[in-house]
Ligand binder design. Sequence first.
Ligand code: CTP
Length: 398
Amino acid sequence: MLQGKKILIGVSGSIAAYKSILLTRLLIKAGAEVKIILTPSAKDFVTPLSLSTISKNPVLTDLSDENSWANHVMLGRWADVMIIAPLSCNTLAKMANGLCDNLLLAVYLSATCPVAVAPAMDEDMWKHPSTKANLQKIETFGNKIIPVEKGELASGLFGDGRMAEPETIIQFIETIFFLKKDLEGKKALVTAGPTYEAIDPVRFIGNHSSGKMGFAIAEELALRGAEVHLVAGPNSLQVDNPHIKAISVESAEEMYNACNDVFKDVDIAIMSAAVADYTPVEKSNEKIKKGKDVFTIELVKTKDILKTLGTQKKKSQVLVGFALEKSNEKQYALEKLKAKNADMIVLNSLNDAGAGFGYNTNKITIFEKNGNELHYDTKPKQQVAKDIVDRIVNMLYA
Ligand code: CTP
C-alpha cells in the first residue's frame, strides 16, 4: 500500500525521537520514499547521520546555511503525507499558533499534503488544558492526530502520553490516507460473539467468545467502503463506525432470524460468531429452584446459520465460515467448507498460542473452495481481519 509513496517525517525534540529510526526503516521496507526534517532540539535525541543512512536521503534541519536555502515549499509539495513524530509540546503549541522559527514548521505551514501527528509527552503535560486546546485547534486545521498510548514514560511514571509505536503509526497512515475503498457500494453481513441459550431468566449456556474477531472484520469491511450489518451476541465491545449497523441478539435462534432477514441483500457474509450448537428444549419462565441432587437439561440442536445461508447462496455472493479445531484441523476445515457450501473457511487451531477466544491476536489458515490453502502468522486481530477481507475482495472480483 505504501509502495512508491513519498513520506516526509518531521521529528521534534522528545525522547521518543529514537522511534523515528524504526518508523523510517519500516516505511522504507514497505517501499516508501522517505525524507526527514529534524527540529534543532530533535538533534539532541537522534542524529541526522543515523536517519540519513536509513532513509537514504539527506536529513534537513535548517532553513538555510551559508551555501543553500532549503526549499520548504517544494518539500511540502513533494510529499504525499507529512508525519510529525514525535510531536513535542513545544512544536504542538507553535503549530497551533502558526509560528515559524525552524524548517519543520516552515514546511508544515506550506505543506499542501495531509499531515498526521504522533504526540509524545509525559502524562502531566499531556493532560494540561493548553495541550488539549492546542490539539483540538490543530485538528480543526485538518491535521490527523495519532492517539497516544498508555505505558512507561520517560519520567519513569506510568500513564498516557507515550508516542504510538511505529507499526501503529504506519497502520494509521495506511488506513486514513491510502486505504483503497475497494468495497464501495457493497453490503456485508458479519456475525460475532457468543450466543446465550437461556435455561431460566437468570441462567444460560454460553461460551468464552469475546466478539473481537468479528468486530475487527466489520470495521475492516466498513473502512473499505462496505455497508455492514453486524449481528452480535452478548459482548462488551463498541461500534462507532457509521457504516456499521449493529444488531444485538442473544440466542442462536435470534441470530439465525437476524441473518436470514438481511442475507438476500448482501454481497458478503462472514460467520465468525461462536454459535451454540445446542439449546435447552425447555426454557423455564421462573428461576429454577435448587432441588434434586442430579439435574438434567435436555438440549436440542440449534439451526446452523452458515449451512442455511449456504443453501440460499447466489453465485455472486461470497460466504465465509470459521472453524475452531483442536485436532485434524485441516480435514475438519475442508469438511465444513463442503458441508456448509461456503466459499472460504477461516481455521483457528486451539493448538496455536495467541489464537482463538479472548486474545487480541489470532493465527489463521484460510481454505478456499478453489483449493487454495493460505497460512498466516500470529497477528493482531485488526491485521487478521485485513488478510481475510483481502481474500474476499480477491474472490469477489475474480
Ligand atoms: N455456525 C452457525 N450456526 C450454528 C453453528 C455454527 O452459523 N448453529 C457457524 C459458525 O459461525 C462458524 C461455522 O459455523 O462459521 C463453524 O462452526 P462450528 O461450531 O465449528 O462447526 P459445527 O458445524 O458446529 O461443528 P463442530 O462444532 O462439531 O466442530
